[in-house]
Design a protein around this ligand. Structure first.
Ligand code: FE2
Ligand code: FE2
Length: 200
């Protein structure tokens, strides 16, 4: 039997915990104890940063911005030590900590083809959209002598067409996420270039 990451559930957390979010200190402590891979921590910080920047650009209130940030910051927290249990493990942990159900729902839907959970809210869709794209643009920055400087959308698009480059990044997921978010992939790439966290 082939291994499956399917979550096989649709409900996450409890509605009575709406608005309940851990502090940044608690979130970083969780990452510190669960994730030994520095690159993975940086990836989650990058996605969290993009999520908050996007919510801020949409003029959402600071609570909403923070919720979006946390979703990005924690979405792969279990990947390092429990890849077979990704993302069930982090969802159950957040449920045990009585976190806002929107947080777990967004994390549960950050890869619909793997976890079998549809991104529905705007936060769900943007986490899915930024996840792979953030990693891809970062990989591109690492191969450019000038890093992020003068990076252009067309350069990123060219690399997307080059199947050998960052081959682990699913082009299908990037296209699917852009479609679901109803944001052209070019606009998403531009947003990532402009807002990506560049330093650890
Ligand atoms: Fe993931
Ligand atoms: Fe990720």
């Amino acid at each position: 039997m082939e291994f499956s990451h399917l979550l096989n559930r649709k409900e996450f957390g409890s509605i009575s915990n709406l608005g309940n979010v851990m502090s940044i200190e608690e979130a970083l402590e969780l990452l510190n104890s669960w994730v030994k891979n520095e690159k993975l921590v940086f990836h989650m910080k990058q996605v969290g940063h993009l999520m908050r920047a996007y919510a801020a650009a949409k003029m959402y209130d600071t609570e909403t911005q923070y919720l979006w940030y946390l979703a990005g910051l924690l979405h792969d927290a279990d990947w390092d030590q429990w890849p077979d249990e990704h993302c069930r493990k982090i969802i159950e942990e957040l449920e045990a900590r009585n976190q806002d159900p929107r947080l777990m729902k967004a994390i549960a839907s950050h890869g619909p083809s793997y976890f079998g959970v549809e991104p529905e809210s705007e936060m769900d869709k943007m986490l899915y959209a930024f996840d792979e794209l953030s990693g891809f643009v970062h990989a591109y920055s690492l191969m450019r002598p000038q890093g992020y400087e003068e990076m252009e959308v067309k350069g990123v698009k060219k690399r997307l067409k080059d199947k050998g480059f960052a081959a682990q990044v699913s082009r299908e997921d990037i296209a699917d996420a852009s479609e679901r978010a109803e944001i052209p992939v070019e606009d998403l790439i531009q947003f990532v270039i402009d807002n990506q966290l560049r330093q650890v």
